[in-house]
Design a protein around this ligand. Structure first.
Ligand code: ASP
Length: 323
C-alpha cells in the first residue's frame, strides 16, 4: 500500500515536508479476534504515537527524535509486544530487543536481551550516541542502561496477564508447536522523514512468545529489522524474525532502491515476497527522502498508522485503506 501525498502536504519539490509511518506488529489480526474495546484501545495508542512523532516533525525536529518518541509511546502501551506488554520467554522472563538508525550518517545503535530498561529504544539510542559500539547484549546492555541513568523497572512492570496466558497456552502444546502459535507479531516500529530531508528508523520488541536459548530475532539486527539511509529509505520490520534475518529485509529494500532504482512499493513487495518464499510472514514500513510512505505485509492485518502535514490515520486490518 502506498500512502498518497496530499497536495497541501508538499513543498516546492513536490514532496511532503515530513512523513511518519508506524507499525505495532503484523499477523493474524482479524476482526473476529479483537473485541471492540481492544480495537479502540489499539487505535488510540497508535494515534498517540503518531501525535508524539508528528509534533516533533511539524516543528522542524529530527526524524531520529520523531521515531524514538513514537516508539516510546508504543513501548509504554500494554497492547504491543515491546516494553510494557512484551511477550514472555519460555522461562517466564522478559528479554527485550531494540534498534535505531539515523539515515543522515548511518549511525546505529541496538540492544538485545535487556530486562529492566523501561524504554529499550532509548537504550539503543544511548548505545548509538554515547558508546563506541553499535550492538550490546544482555547483562552488559542492562549494565550500560543503568550507567546511562535510564529509567529501570521491576519485572512486574513489563508483564501483563494476557501475555502470561499466551505463554501458558504455548507451554501446554506439544513441544514441536512451541513457536509463535499466535502468529501475531506485536513488535513496534517507526520510520520518518524530517524537514531537513533526513530519514530514520526505530524498532522495539519483546521477541517471540516462548523464545529460548537466548534467541534473537530480526528487530535489533541492523539491516534485518531496521535500516535507514538517506540515499534510499528507512525501514522497520515485524514478523517471524528468523526469515527476516535470512532475507536481510531492511537493507535489501534500501539496496534495491539505491542500486536497482526500484520504487519503494516495488522494493518492499519484492522483499516481502522473498520472505514469503522462505516460509515467513510479517510486514514492513518504509519512508523515503522524497516523502513516500509505504506498507507491505503478507499477513491478514498489521497495526499501522501514518502522519504527514495533511493529517494522520491508523488502520488494523488488511482491507482498510492506507489513508
Ligand atoms: N520480529 C520479531 C522477532 O522475530 C517479532 C515481531 O515482529 O513481533 O523477534
Amino acid at each position: 500500500m502506498t500512502i498518497p501525498a496530499a497536495a497541501n502536504a508538499q513543498d516546492e519539490d513536490g514532496r511532503p515536508a515530513w512523513q511518519l509511518v508506524i507499525h505495532g506488529g503484523a499477523g493474524v489480526i482479524e476482526r473476529s479476534r479483537l473485541t471492540p474495546e481492544q480495537d479502540a484501545a489499539i487505535r488510540a495508542a497508535l494515534d498517540q504515537a503518531l501525535e508524539a512523532g508528528s509534533a516533533i516533525l511539524a516543528s522542524g525536529g529530527s526524524a531520529l527524535d520523531a521515531v524514538e518518541a513514537a516508539v516510546r509511546v508504543l513501548e509504554d502501551a500494554p497492547h504491543f509486544n515491546a516494553g510494557r506488554g512484551s511477550v514472555f520467554t519460555y522461562q517466564g522472563t522478559i528479554e527485550m530487543d531494540a534498534s535505531i538508525m539515523d539515515g543522515s550518517n548511518r549511525a546505529a545503535g541496538a540492544v538485545t536481551g535487556v530486562t529492566a530498561t523501561r524504554n529499550p529504544i532509548r537504550l539503543a539510542r544511548a548505545v548509538m550516541e554515547n558508546s563506541p559500539h553499535v550492538f550490546l547484549s544482555r547483562e552488559g546492555a542492562d549494565q550500560y542502561s543503568i550507567e546511562q541513568g535510564l529509567p529501570q523497572e521491576p519485572p512486574e512492570y513489563f508483564q501483563t496477564a494476557e501475555r502470561r496466558r499466551q505463554l501458558e497456552e504455548l507451554r501446554s502444546r506439544p513441544s514441536a508447536e512451541h513457536f509463535d502459535v499466535h502468529l501475531k507479531y506485536g513488535t513496534v516500529g517507526a520510520v520518518a522523514l524530517d524537514r531537513q530531508g533526513h530519514v530514520a528508523a526505530a524498532t522495539s520488541t519483546g521477541g517471540l512468545t516462548g523464545k529460548r536459548w537466548g534467541r534473537i530475532g530480526d528487530s535489533p539486527i541492523i539491516g534485518a529489522g531496521t535500516y535507514a539511509d538517506d540515499r534510499a529509505c528507512a525501514v522497520s520490520a515485524t514478523g517471524a524474525g528468523e526469515y527476516f534475518i535470512r532475507a536481510g529485509v531492511a537493507h535489501e529494500i534500501c539496496a534495491r532502491m539505491r542500486m536497482g532504482g526500484q520504487a519503494p512499493q516495488e522494493a518492499a513487495d519484492a522483499v516481502m515476497a522473498e520472505v514469503q518464499a522462505l516460509g515467513g510472514t510479517g510486514g514492513v514500513i518504509v519512508v523515503t527522502p522524497r516523502g513516500d510512505g509505504v506498507y507491505s505485509f503478507n499477513t491478514p492485518g498489521m497495526y499501522r498508522g501514518q502522519a504527514s502535514p495533511s493529517g494522520r490515520s491508523v488502520a488494523i486490518y488488511g482491507d482498510e485503506p492506507a489513508q
